[in-house]
Write a protein that binds this ligand. Structure first.
Ligand SMILES: Nc1ncnc2c1ncn2[C@@H]1O[C@H](COP(=O)(O)OP(=O)(O)OP(=O)(O)O)[C@@H](O)[C@H]1O
Ligand SMILES: O=P(O)(O)OC[C@H]1O[C@H](OP(=O)(O)OP(=O)(O)O)[C@H](O)[C@@H]1O
Length: 213
């Protein structure tokens, strides 16, 4: 019985490696140099598949992978039925925030009840956030480079991920509101958890013991 773990290249892969190691699993090929999408591990019954970060929940939900690691941002935008989320792995930490140009008075716009144009990849989270605040927004869906939207006049504000703040600074934007902290979670296919419990349960337990506070 083989267990398939879905990861995205970059920070999720890098930050999941120590957790895998704690579970006795070592990925034996480097995704940055290999062109392979299926990577073997030192365990013949465990393999890693490389998918886009936003595709991890889809792979796990439909059984293309038994488990995976996905950001809370990605999970909130995905319809999570069939997905078991047993652990917050506390990796790939950042926050979801509202940012604007420095010369846009966000507080005043909110206070006056103005309609604000907001560009974002995270329309579900943004819609909920502004509805909770009672702020009227026109949401513009983008798939990347959100920082460009206020600079070109496409939008007044963006909802994006912020970590060090250097991307915002480099584009002369300011963080005007924090929406929520973000980290990555382990997601498990519910049917696989039953059928492959002998392999999956010890893995989940090992991950849990290795989570850094
Ligand atoms: N600057 C950051 N610092 C820490 N964690 C981050 C940062 N940016 C994103 N993340 C987290 O890491 C996850 C993966 O980010 P990554 O940049 O690898 O994918 P992506 O480019 O957002 O997704 P996709 O490739 O599907 O468009 C995100 O879903 C988020 O939870
Ligand atoms: O506050 P910062 O530390 O600048 O991080 C924030 C940036 O990180 C993410 O992008 P991306 O995944 O492209 O970031 P990366 O360049 O670190 O990969 C996010 O969409 C922001 O643009």
């Amino acid at each position: 019985m083989t267990v398939t773990l879905a990861l995205s290249k970059g920070r999720i892969f890098d930050e999941t490696l120590p957790l895998l190691k704690a579970a006795g699993i070592e990925v034996t090929e480097d995704p940055e140099t290999s062109r392979k999408l299926i990577l073997p591990t030192n365990r013949p019954d465990v393999r890693v598949v490389l998918v886009r970060a936003t595709d991890v929940p889809t792979y796990v939900q439909y059984g293309g992978a038994d488990m995976g690691v996905a950001g809370k941002d990605v999970l909130l935008e995905h319809d999570g039925s069939g997905l078991y989320q047993p652990l917050d792995l506390n990796i790939a930490r950042c926050r979801m925030s509202v940012a604007t140009r420095a010369d846009f008075d966000y507080a005043a716009a909110v206070k006056q009840g103005s309609r604000i144009r907001v560009a974002t990849k995270y329309t579900t989270v943004a819609r909920q956030h502004f509805a909770d605040k009672g702020v009227h927004v026109d949401l513009i869906k983008l798939y990347g480079s959100m920082e460009l939207a206020p600079l070109t006049g496409l939008a007044d504000a963006i909802v994006d991920l912020v970590s060090t703040g250097s991307t915002l600074r480099a584009n002369h934007l300011v963080e005007v509101e924090q929406i929520m902290p973000i980290s990555s979670r382990l997601v498990v296919n519910q049917a696989a958890l039953k059928l492959k419990a002998d392999v999956l349960r010890p893995l989940i337990d090992a991950f849990e013991s290795a989570i850094q506070p």
